[in-house]
Structure formats: C-alpha cells, structure tokens
Design a protein around this ligand. Sequence first.
Ligand SMILES: Nc1ncnc2c1ncn2[C@@H]1O[C@H](COP(=O)(O)OP(=O)(O)OP(=O)(O)O)[C@@H](O)[C@H]1O
Ligand SMILES: [Mg+2]
Length: 234
Amino acid sequence: MLVLENVHVGYGQVEVLRGINLEVKAGEYVAVIGANGHGKTTILRTASGLLKPWVGKVTLDGEDVTGQAPYKIAQKGLIHVPEGARLFPQMTVQDNLAAGAFPRTSWRTRQKNLEKVYQLFPAVAERKGQLALTLSGGERQSVAIARGLMAENVKLLMVDEPSAGLAPILIDEVYKKIAEIRKTGVGVLIVEQSPRRIADADRIYLIENGEVRMQGGAKEVLDSKEVMQAYLGG
Ligand SMILES: Nc1ncnc2c1ncn2[C@@H]1O[C@H](COP(=O)(O)OP(=O)(O)OP(=O)(O)O)[C@@H](O)[C@H]1O
Ligand SMILES: [Mg+2]
C-alpha cells in the first residue's frame, strides 16, 4: 500500500535520507529501528507529505503521491502520529480527538468515530472532559493514537516512537492497543528505539545513516550482528 522508492531528502542543504526503499503492504505490521538521528522520523515525515523528496517517489495504493499536501495524503488513509504525542494542552481530550477528524466530516460521522475510538480506548473515554495537559505520559500517547484513528478510512497508521519516555508497564499497554488496532485490519508502521518491543512485527527495517542497513523478518533482523552493531556502536 505504501512504497518509498529511492527517497533522498534532508533539511536545508544537509541530506538525511540517502536512497530509502521501503514498503508496507495492506494490513502489514512493519517496524523501523535504528539509533538516534539516523533518519527514522524523516522517513515518516516524507511518507506523510510533510517533507517533499528531493529525489525519489512515494506511492500509495499504486498512486504517485510524491509532493502532495499532507492533508491529501491523510485523506487517502495514511495517518501519521508524531513523536511526543503532540496534543493541544489547553483542550479537553474529546476536543483533541475531534481535531483528528477531517474538517468536512459530518457531525454524525464524527460521533460515530468518537464512539469507535472510545470503545478501543476505554481509559481515554473515562477522561474525555479532562484537559490534555493534565494527562499522564501514557494517557497522552493513547490519546495521540486515538486521534489518528479519528480520520476516516484509515489504512496505515504510522506511529513515531510510542514508547518514548514511558514506564515499561505503560509501554506494554500502548503495544497492546497497537495489536488491537492491527486486528481491525489497519496496517501499522512503527518507529521504535527498543528492538525487543517489535519482535512480532511482520518485517523490520534497520536504518543507519539515512540508508536501509538491513531488512527482513523480525527474528532475522533482531538476531543480526548489524542490529548489535547499530545499538552498541560496535
Ligand atoms: N527540522 C530539522 N532541521 C534540520 N535538521 C533536522 C531537522 N529534523 C531533523 N534533522 C536532522 O536530521 C537527522 C535525522 O533526524 P530524524 O529526526 O529523522 O532522526 P531519528 O532517527 O528519528 O532520531 P531519534 O531516534 O532521535 O528520533 C538528524 O541529524 C537531525 O538532527
Ligand atoms: Mg525520531
């Protein structure tokens, strides 16, 4: 469903991604791992249209979407939950969720989607009237993912480091939710620092210096010497 082909992009004059090839098929669970600063977030930003590739192509369901506006790409079902669960701090949980619906979404559809995400996230439903700034880190991350699911027709949810800054027990919660989302048929592309969190991924890409250093099945990649080296700097 999502294909990145020979993507080169960077910031200012500095090239960060240097020929990335990456694919997520419909309903697949794919993880992107790698050490800090090697370009993982930049991959998601390029896929969702926040960055326009200097070279290369982004395809969604066979359609070339390279350089299209982020809202258009989101409308096609590719949703990006950014690093750090950025919520509107002074707004309630429910208003934060409503902000995830597309602008022209009818009131009725919005209600229906709210009910859907509250069912998936009962703990979020309990806090719908609470201001986002008063949520715990784990709650905030759940709301950010739930907000991504407020879009219509979500085909692929890209989540950037859902475990960042969370206690291990909360990380388990977030990953349980991601497993539930996958059961609904939505594909998931996740960026993760900790390799052991994504041992059940269908495929893993190891990113190093803006390139795919290695890709393959979870076990194959996680047991590889490349991963050891990337994380131990060996
Ligand atoms: N807006 C920006 N302007 C300039 N340089 C940037 C910008 N965003 C990222 N970079 C640089 O691009 C490189 C890749 O950043 P990116 O955020 O993609 O890494 P990452 O793999 O997601 O790292 P982390 O694991 O720390 O989140 C880094 O060297 C970073 O400093
Ligand atoms: Mg990042």
